[in-house]
Design a protein around this ligand. Structure first.
Ligand SMILES: C[S@@+](CC[C@H](N)C(=O)[O-])C[C@H]1O[C@@H](n2cnc3c(N)ncnc32)[C@H](O)[C@@H]1O
Length: 227
């Protein structure tokens, strides 16, 4: 994939780049254009979208709350559009991605294949039937995580992280009640304020995203006998 710019706007394309000023051939760009290989973020702007994807700022929060790393094995569900899957694939060793709906599975699989994300195993089934063990993290971005608490518990290694991405307080309450077996609960919501980048009008944008979701994190830490 390639990015082409006229110095102001950036356009992304596969073999040729369609811009507002005509098609750019990366091997023979016109004088007005500069061309460079598309970055990971550039490529993400082009993925096929089905269900709503997780917000970028929340991916940063998940990373900082779990410290996930390059030796981790993780399971996530649902794959949705595969947006988080692609981020996880970039950051950890192995991703098991579950999606219950066939149409969403096909979208996510295509995106994962297009990115040649070889460390991702996609499964068209409910994550509540996940079969992996000894995982470092299980992440649910789905509406009813309390129905899959036991499945997450038995898939995690001791000390592993159970992360749920939940838009409403009502869901968070139900998640809290259903995860009593876990320890070290954290509930975080974050707001990023985007600023205008005009030197003479440096101020926050007038509008932007306010609430996305609560990031709910807890850990599998079994109780000592008799405690
Ligand atoms: C909001 S989307 C996930 C978006 C995804 N995190 C992304 O960034 O592209 C929620 C997805 O969860 C799927 N889903 C709901 N329950 C599920 C389950 N028990 N197992 C697997 N997928 C499930 C839905 O079909 C939907 O595609």
């Amino acid at each position: 994939m390639w990015a082409a710019t006229d110095g102001k706007k950036i356009w992304i394309g596969k073999d040729k780049v369609n811009t507002g000023k005509g098609t750019v051939d990366p091997k023979n760009p016109p004088e007005w254009a500069r061309v460079f290989p598309a970055s990971f973020l550039d490529k993400l702007t082009k993925i096929k979208r089905g269900p709503a994807v997780i917000n970028k700022k929340d991916i940063g929060t998940i990373l900082s709350l779990t410290g996930l790393g390059s030796d981790w094995k993780v399971a996530e569900g649902g794959s949705g559009s595969g947006y988080l899957t692609l981020w996880l694939s970039r950051l950890v060793k192995k991703v098991y991605s579950y999606e219950v709906r066939e149409d969403h599975y096909k979208i996510a699989k295509k995106n994962v294949d297009d990115f040649k994300a070889k460390n991702v195993l996609m499964k068209n089934k409910s994550i509540f039937e996940l079969s992996e063990k000894n995982l470092d993290m299980v992440l649910y971005d789905l509406p009813n995580p309390w129905e899959g608490v036991d499945a997450a518990y038995s898939a995690l290694k001791t000390g592993g992280y159970f992360v749920c991405y939940l838009p409403t307080v009502n869901q968070v309450r139900q998640w809290l009640i259903s995860t009593r077996l876990f320890k070290d609960h954290q509930i975080v919501s974050s707001t990023n304020i985007e600023w205008k980048t005009e030197p003479d009008k440096l101020r926050p944008m007038n509008s932007g995203l306010t609430h996305t979701a609560f990031i709910c994190v807890t850990r599998k830490i079994p109780r000592l006998q008799g405690k």
